[in-house]
Design a protein around this ligand. Sequence first.
Ligand code: ZN
Length: 130
Amino acid sequence: MKYQCPVCFYDELPYPPADYHICLCCGTEFGNDDADFSHAQLREMWVGSGAPWFFRNPPADWNPWAQLLKAGMLATMAGSETGFIIDSAFASISGDVDYQKQEVLIAEEFSRTDWEALEISERELAGVEG
Ligand SMILES: [Zn+2]
């Protein structure tokens, strides 16, 4: 059985989000971190720091924006103070800032190939041979 993190919506947790387990994705310690902050606040902080993967290496096809999009959270968060991070994450890929109106369409359009292309272009910008 897999469980979903209520903060980042990663849905492959091997244990329930409770009892001081830690989310592999966002690093939330359940019962500790979420005693001090709401899940929404923890999500804002995670996204605000660039939505990094927490434990070792992320799954090969993992993408935090796709994960939030799938959970229906991007439109909700777009109006928040971290909205600009999400805006730029999507705009840099698609050149289309109207994604909020077209969440489903964009989810379909952002195939894995697009994410890989982004990663490749980022590597090229960093001057690393792929
Ligand atoms: Zn999480």
